[in-house]
Design a protein around this ligand. Structure first.
Ligand code: NAD
Ligand code: ZN
Length: 355
């Protein structure tokens, strides 16, 4: 069965295109009593970006905190907040921030029209009703969350996305100027998320011409950004993120993401930096990719934290391994249908002990 997947309906790209947001949203406002809810990363609380949002008279801003990556409990809290502004639903949810904020915006837009807790929908195609109209405005490039059909959430039992056609954004606003203030280390970690998406997609057994076309272009752009540099790096990385996301939409990620999910679930390690820590230990699986990654790391002057798992309790190591092993499609993509013959609990624990 071939995957028949939904794509973003509208895309606007270019430096300064954020200024077009008001006219884009105007078409979606149903009447004078309607309102939109902006979920904005609280890093922008006193920034000029927040002043640039043209608020309608009933619009609301919710500042979101991404100190922890999105949890189902936080999504439920934000959904209640958005619901309690009025007796009617908002006409739109607009997420402004990095991958965490975009995932929160996706999840809230889904949960406004689907009953229960967001934890009930972690999985594939469990969502029953279409979401409220939702828009992504990335301020940090790399995750591909702006194009994917998932919102990655940590729930009480698992770290797993709400994967559905309804999760996909209706509109994305790609303005490279918005990434100007990202700290250099964060820029690298999230940029490497994109690089690793490409390596895992391009070396995987699920590869096909669709994924390859997007993955190769995204990889080239990452090389230009992280090995050469230049004035239009922000524009290039924003497009690399988009293309990297499109590449994995029709293939899969691999060993690095499987292990990184386990690390994140147990230790709370953030996705970008977690991927970098894991990838640096995976030379046997991705020899060329890891060597190039190290060159990029050197060029950006990045020193990764070490000894994350030193002295870790055995129960935690077991839990990390459980979370990683649950992600069967990732292992199958990386190592083929017979992956269980080459990867087992002991080997995974050994890899974790190196981190
Ligand atoms: P993030 O959104 O967690 O943000 C990282 C840090 O950068 C935060 O402190 C944030 O406040 C700050 N920041 C963001 N934009 C900034 C700006 N312009 N200036 C200054 N600071 C800024 O980071 P991320 O790496 O973009 O996202 C990681 C999240 O994305 C994880 O939760 C991960 O699970 C998720 N993810 C989702 C998908 C998907 O397809 N849905 C794919 C990959 C990752
Ligand atoms: Zn990723």
């Amino acid at each position: 069965m071939f995957r028949n997947f939904r794509m973003i309906s509208y895309v606007v790209f270019g430096r300064g295109c954020f200024n077009q947001l008001e006219s884009i949203l105007a078409e979606k406002r149903s009447d004078s009593d309607s309102f939109m809810v902006f979920l904005v990363d609280d890093v922008f609380e006193s920034s000029s970006l927040i002043q640039r949002i043209h608020l309608g008279s009933r619009d609301q801003i919710i500042l979101v905190n991404v100190g922890d990556e999105p949890k189902t409990i936080y999504v439920d809290e934000l959904t209640d907040k958005a619901r309690n502004f009025s007796s009617r639903l908002p006409d739109g949810i607009i997420g402004i921030g990095g991958g965490s904020t975009l995932d929160l915006a996706k999840a809230v837009s889904l949960m406004l029209t689907n009953s229960g807790s967001s934890a009930d929908y972690q999985g594939w195609d469990l969502i029953k009703n279409p979401a409220v109209y939702h828009v992504a405005i990335p301020t940090l490039s790399g995750t591909g969350a702006e194009v994917s059909r998932t919102t990655v959430l940590t729930g009480p039992e698992k770290k797993l996305g709400i994967n559905s056609d309804y999760t996909v954004f209706d509109q994305i606003v790609l303005d490279p100027e918005l990434t100007a203030g990202v700290p250099a280390d964060q820029h690298f970690y999230t940029g490497m998320d994109c690089y690793i998406h490409c390596v895992e997609s391009l070396t995987g057994t699920y590869l096909n011409a669709f994924s390859k076309s997007y993955g190769e272009k995204a990889l080239d752009l990452c090389r230009e950004v992280f090995l050469v540099g230049g004035e239009d790096s922000a524009d290039k990385l924003m497009m690399a993120s988009y293309f990297g996301g499109m590449s994995i939409a029709y293939s899969q990620v691999g060993v690095c993401h499987a292990l990184s999910y386990g690390l994140s679930f147990v230790l709370g390690t953030h996705h970008g930096i977690g991927n970098c820590i894991v990838f640096d230990c995976l030379e046997e699986f991705y020899p060329e990719g890891v060597r190039e990654f190290r060159r990029m790391m050197e060029k950006s002057n990045i020193k990764l934290p070490r000894n994350l798992t030193a002295g870790i309790e055995n129960s935690k190591l077991e839990k990390m391994t459980d979370v990683a092993l649950m992600l069967e499609p990732l292992w199958e993509n990386a190592l083929g249908p017979e992956w269980k013959k080459v990867m087992n609990r002991e080997r995974i624990k050994e890899l974790y002990r190196q981190m």
